[in-house]
Design a binder for this molecule. Structure first.
Ligand SMILES: [Cu+2]
Length: 512
């Protein structure tokens, strides 16, 4: 039986970001092409058969992005983005989280199955400038492409914009047996898709570009490279694509309408490979795709576009011919039964601009919005009440879980939504039903991953509890502590401090 090749983006076209009032179209850079930066693999401080020790340092620096002046940037163990971490399933990780930035930050492991709220690294796990926080955890999930980013509410968006986003690769024995390219940097390539606006002297200016519906820039930045090319030396390559933008959706397709095969989504390998010519990613989503250049002659260039703007050029060199067929079935995805007697939970994402909320409320760091027992399997109905006329797709993300997408408005999920996800785009007027369970206890955030929406209050938090300790108390961050700390770091009076996400609360006459 021949498998279909899907040729559409699936999401609702009237809700694409191109229709936003504040949409900033991508523009092809006019600067010379440069080799795609490949984030180096972070060397462990120490490694044994069972344990791995890393130091992850958030640092400020400058990066040559454009000809002329370097750009002030932030990164993890580098000046921009991050060195890539590898977590082998089953191993015990010991990580020093070192903050060498001038302000407090947090280290959030997006998609990682670890306890909350401190190991997870949301807003309750601040690391103050000059300090180090230590975390330990056992890698307890299938192979996947995850990421590390800052999450200090309400400055998450600004810190990610500065560059705090790194790749995390979970490996396991199941994925290792599949016929996927996995030679990192050669045929297994992370691809962090972002966009920036360059101001005077090649600098970024988050406040100048601020938009409560998400900050955008016209210049595509791929792995921290402007106008990149990649030299292809194998017939097939695997791209681990992350939408690492604050707001931008990426509608990806190759020149010649070259088809490609998606083999993994946010939480790991898909049950079956899915063939596409077009793929849309919303903020924070990941897709691993395998591109076969077997029909392309050495010397040619295959271009990856988002809408009609080239974002990466793949220069095809001589390669050894191979004839690899992906199996029809890749991995088994468990589908546990819903715990009897549990009502369907409802989550409503509403509003645009400063009005964004979840369940009619803006996020409050000290308020627990929901509770779910660890191990219970429950249905969550996540609704986007925006209307199709002027509404947008809100990428809904949950910490502490990899969920399954059950349905979209009662219909089957998209063909690439049959594996584990931690972020799902919800169309205007749509209810996406999820099957959600937590393996680890803690406080976990759930929110829109348009990062300015998240900072602006489209976020809530759940306590996943061990039945032995249903009312366990955690020390939670609060606005006074946060504001006083940031004001002190900046050497200003707290009453003069303004963080971008606060404006959404102020405009609505609400307290953070
Ligand atoms: Cu949103």
């Amino acid at each position: 039986m021949t498998k279909p090749t899907y040729t559409d983006y699936f999401f609702d076209e009237p809700a694409f970001n191109t229709h936003d009032g504040g949409y900033v179209p991508l523009e092809e850079p006019q600067t010379p092409q440069q080799p795609l930066r490949i984030p180096p693999l972070l060397k462990p401080d120490k490694e044994t058969a069972t344990d791995t020790y890393y130091t992850v340092e958030a640092q400020a620096g400058e990066t040559q992005l454009l000809p002329g002046k370097k750009t002030q940037t932030w990164g993890y163990n580098t000046t921009l983005l991050g060195q890539t971490l590898v977590f082998a399933k089953g191993k015990r990780m010991h990580i020093d989280l070192k903050n060498s930035l001038p302000e407090l930050t947090t280290f959030h492991w997006h998609g990682l199955n670890v306890p909350g709220p401190y190991t997870d690294g949301g807003c309750h796990a601040p690391v103050y400038p000059g300090e180090t926080r230590h975390i330990d955890f056992t890698v307890d999930q299938p192979a996947a492409t995850l990421w590390l980013h800052a999450h200090p509410c309400p400055s998450t968006a600004e810190q990610v914009w500065h560059g705090l986003a790194g790749m995390v690769l979970v490996t396991d024995q199941t994925e290792a047996k599949l016929p996927f390219p996995r030679n990192y940097g050669v045929d297994d390539i992370p691809l962090v898709l972002q966009d920036r606006r360059f101001h005077d002297d090649n600098q970024w200016d988050y406040n100048a570009d601020y938009d409560p519906d998400g900050v955008q820039g016209p210049t595509p930045m791929i792995n921290g490279t402007i106008n990149p090319y990649f030299d292809v030396t194998t017939q097939r390559i695997r791209l681990r694509i992350l939408d690492g933008a604050n707001r931008r959706e990426w509608r990806l397709h190759f020149s010649h309408d070259l088809p490609f095969t998606q083999v993994a989504s946010d939480g790991g390998v898909l049950p079956e490979p899915v063939r596409f010519t077009h793929l849309m990613l919303t903020c924070a989503e990941r897709a691993e795709i395998i591109v076969d250049f077997g029909s392309v002659q050495p010397g040619e260039t295959v271009t990856l576009y988002s809408d009609d703007v080239p974002i990466v050029r793949f220069r095809i060199h001589d390669y050894q011919r191979e004839d690899v067929q992906l199996p029809d079935h890749l991995v088994d995805i468990p589908d546990p039964a819903v715990t009897p007697g549990m009502p369907v939970r409802k989550v409503v994402m509403s509003g645009m601009d400063e009005q964004v909320m979840i369940d009619g409320k803006k996020f409050a760091m000290q308020r627990i919005d929901a509770k779910q027992q660890v191990g219970n399997v429950e249905l969550w109905d996540v609704t986007n009440t925006n209307d199709m006329d002027g509404g947008m797709v809100h990428p809904y993300h949950m910490h502490g879980t990899q969920f399954l997408v059950v349905s979209r408005n009662g219909h089957a999920p998209y063909p690439n939504e049959h594996g584990f996800k931690d972020t799902v785009g919800v169309n205007p007027g749509e209810t996406v039903r999820l099957k959600v369970w937590f393996d680890k206890p803690g406080i976990f955030m759930y929110h829109c991953h348009i990062i300015e929406h998240e900072d602006g209050g489209m976020m809530a938090q759940i306590q996943a509890y061990d039945p032995q300790e249903p009312n366990k108390k955690y020390q939670l961050m609060d606005m006074d502590t946060l504001m006083n700390a940031v004001a002190a770091e900046r050497g200003i009076d707290v009453k003069d401090l303004h963080l971008a996400g606060m404006s959404s609360y102020e405009k609505m006459g609400m307290d953070m």
